[in-house]
Design a binder for this molecule. Structure first.
Ligand SMILES: [Fe+2]
Length: 118
């Protein structure tokens, strides 16, 4: 049986960017995590072709499973000239080290993943 995770892509194409870029900043003991698709090269944002959602997870060192940090759905793709940009920001309170994962979904090109050690 083929697993869904085998279809998640991590390497981007030359012209179109799908992999969410993660930034983590420690601000006064709180972690500010951002993830964005198209930081350098914008992904199309039309009704026909867009980034539908980004989800963030954190897996602490030694933890068996990742914990979902949050989930964001991008719903405006040009209606009334309004465009939801595929960008999310989350604040975390943890003393633990681990890995932040970002998963994005393009309605045409599927699932994309990135991760960042903190
Ligand atoms: Fe795409």
């Amino acid at each position: 049986m083929k697993k869904l995770t085998e279809t998640v892509q991590t390497a981007d194409w030359k012209k179109e960017k799908h992999v969410p870029v993660i930034h983590v900043e420690n601000k006064d003991g709180e972690l500010l995590v951002t993830a964005q698709v198209g930081e350098e090269v914008e992904h199309p944002n039309t009704l026909e072709h867009h980034i539908a959602w980004i989800k963030l997870f954190f897996q602490a060192e030694g933890a068996k499973f990742p914990v979902e940090i949050g989930s964001y759905q991008f719903s405006a793709h040009g209606e009334e000239e309004l465009f939801s940009k595929p960008y999310v920001a989350a604040k975390l309170k943890t003393d633990k080290k681990g890995i932040v994962y970002a998963l994005s979904y393009c309605n045409i090109h599927g699932l994309w993943e990135n991760s960042e050690e903190i």
